[in-house]
Design a protein around this ligand. Structure first.
Ligand SMILES: [Zn+2]
Length: 306
């Protein structure tokens, strides 16, 4: 710190008095780091331009398999706060390492307080009726980490952004008024988005849909829909799993198959063709979070020729 001050003093001396000392505040701005783009969108609504917000996972990349380059740790160390989604891919390992290297960085698990669902591999359960006999201690769940895709739910996002608000107010109490105003305005926008989605999904042709990667579980929970994922426990499906999915799709008259950039599309296309459904590419990692949710609801609500 002292060294930094010294350099600042030196450079203002060199420039003489006056204009030289006022650099654009881009360099001085404090930094927040997030895992995915929707989180940057949320923070932008709350903090305005009080902070610079950096996103770790680049566009078109799966956060489940993404491994940040070692140099990323250095940038993360310069942030005031790292906002993890909570339990997504590299997040736990990286936040632990971040704490070890940079104890000054505050780590916030944005999913804290959200009622989490069981994750990958359990999406077919309600079609089966019962679990295989476990040994009495729930080992049938050993592979079932919690589903991290909470941001597909407007209701969950309201809790999510409350966690964000608390952390930024703590980091920058002088701007609390501004942050609270941004938060309130965004909350209203979320409510509006939620009711628009609800209206769109009244009387849709099928309450079920197929998706390659199960990114819409919380969206489905909010709106009484069923998500069937092609991917099984993070892996490509076996032929028998594909057959099972095709049978369910016929029974439930599924006409929508979602795919996502950064994930396999071939198996989804095969299934779509088999059941005569349409394939749509969606982007649950898009910055314009509310627009994308509305787009997904509009796809589900479209007229089909049945
Ligand atoms: Zn995912």
């Amino acid at each position: 710190m002292q060294k930094y001050l010294f350099i600042v003093l030196l450079s203002s001396l060199a420039l003489g008095c006056g204009s030289g000392t006022k650099n654009g505040n881009a360099e001085d701005k404090r930094v927040l780091t997030v895992t995915i783009e929707p989180q940057r969108y949320f923070l932008d609504q709350i903090v305005g331009d009080a902070f610079t917000v950096n996103t770790l996972v680049p566009p078109g990349t799966s956060p489940e398999t993404y491994e940040p380059a070692p140099s990323v740790m250095i940038d993360m160390g310069k942030s005031d706060i790292y906002f993890m989604v909570g339990g997504l891919g590299f997040e736990n390992a990286w936040s632990k390492r971040l704490t070890e290297n940079n104890p000054d960085v505050t780590i916030v698990n944005c999913s804290e307080g959200i009622d989490l669902m069981e994750g990958h591999g359990h999406n077919h359960d309600h079609a089966h009726g019962h679990h295989d006999q476990a040994d009495g201690h729930g080992h049938a769940h050993s592979h079932g980490a919690m589903d991290p895709h909470v941001w597909s739910s407007p209701l969950a996002v309201k809790i999510f952004i409350r966690n964000m608000l608390g952390a930024v107010v703590k980091a920058d109490p002088d701007n609390e008024e501004i942050f609270r105003t941004g938060f309130d305005e965004f909350s209203v926008k979320i409510d509006r988005t939620d009711s628009l989605i609800r209206n769109l999904l009244v009387n849709i042709p099928s309450k079920s849909f197929i998706i390659y990667h199960p990114a819409l579980g919380y969206f489905a929970r909010d709106y009484g829909l069923y998500q069937y994922s092609v991917e099984f426990e993070g892996k490509s499906p076996s032929p028998s799993q594909i057959k099972e999915l095709v049978d369910i799709a016929r029974k439930e008259k599924i006409n929508t198959v979602f795919i996502q950039r950064g994930f396999d599309t071939k198996n989804a296309a095969v299934i779509a063709q088999e059941i005569g459904a349409e394939v749509f590419e969606i982007d649950p990692l898009r910055y314009e979070w509310d627009e994308e949710l509305l787009r997904i609801a509009t796809i589900l609500a479209r007229e089909t020729d049945e």
